[in-house]
Design a protein around this ligand. Structure first.
Ligand code: IPE
Ligand code: IPE
Ligand code: MG
Length: 243
């Protein structure tokens, strides 16, 4: 029997907010005796494919882990290659994002990146901020523990200033102090490349997200892989502590 194209995920069970830990670029390159940058380049192609596929599937928010606060531990040359690719992605993709009405957001301490990149990012955010369409969130120099500590610091400052009572700090108030404050709750976290850890990504937000660890290396991830992930999500029974 001829292979049939995988059907798209069923309507009605499409997650609103999907986050992806895009892992495995280095191993993809290594398997081909190529330098790691070749894997990162293919990884950028996967970002283009998958962000389009996510919009086509009706996902409202796609959050992509592009550079962690721990990735500074990599060799300088690799970091500079990654920053170069980010520059290239922003300049080559922005017009399309604008044309498609996508809202671009960044979480993480991106102000620590090179000044020209910070400017590019700020301009890209400003150009798309009024869009009502789907949102693409890029996590850059992002670390969840730092995000949580910074939220705690901000609330503590309000307490010290007398504008917030300690008794008023609850989950909602805390969530409103995080970088994801105005995004819908996180429904699904996908990590590629077989690793089964969160690597300091969206720890608070993932409290009740479904977790999906798949063996595919990020540069090989495509629309079919996304739709397969959405189907698996659709079969999960989310209980949120109830029955
Ligand atoms: C993910 O691929 C990209 C970033 C972390 C920026 P890796 O570079 O971590 O690839 P592996 O894990 O070495 O295969
Ligand atoms: C997580 O991948 C960060 C990104 C995908 C940006 P890593 O490859 O850095 O994670 P670890 O070091 O294997 O946990
Ligand atoms: Mg990795």
């Amino acid at each position: 029997m001829a292979a049939r194209a995988a059907p798209a995920a069923e309507p009605g069970i499409v997650p609103r907010h999907v986050a992806i830990i895009m892992d495995g670029n280095g191993r993809w390159a290594k398997a081909r005796f190529l330098p790691r940058i070749a894997g990162h380049r293919q990884g950028v192609e996967a970002v283009r494919r998958v962000s389009r596929a996510a919009r086509a599937a009706g996902i409202e928010v796609l959050t992509l882990y592009a550079f962690s606060s721990e990735n500074w531990r990599r060799p300088e040359e690799e970091i500079s290659d990654l920053m170069g690719l980010l520059r290239h992605f922003l300049s080559s993709e922005l017009d399309d994002l604008v044309a498609e009405g996508v809202r671009l957001r960044v979480i993480g301490d991106y102000h620590r990146l090179a000044p020209d990149l910070v400017r590019m990012i700020d301009q890209a955010i400003a150009r798309t901020t009024a869009h009502a369409g789907p949102t693409l969130v890029i996590a850059l120099n992002y670390g969840s523990q730092a995000e949580i500590a910074s939220a705690a610091r901000r609330l503590a400052e309000q307490v010290a200033a007398g504008t917030l009572a300690p008794a008023d700090i609850d989950e909602d108030r805390f969530a409103a102090a995080l970088a994801t404050q105005d995004l819908p709750p996180l429904d699904l976290v996908i990590r590629t490349s077989g690793e089964q850890r969160l690597s300091n990504f969206l720890l608070w937000q993932a409290a009740y997200a479904e977790l999906l660890f798949i063996d595919t290396l990020w540069p090989d991830f495509d629309e079919a892989a996304l739709n397969d992930a959405l189907r698996q999500y659709g079969r999960r029974q989310r209980r949120f502590g109830g029955l």
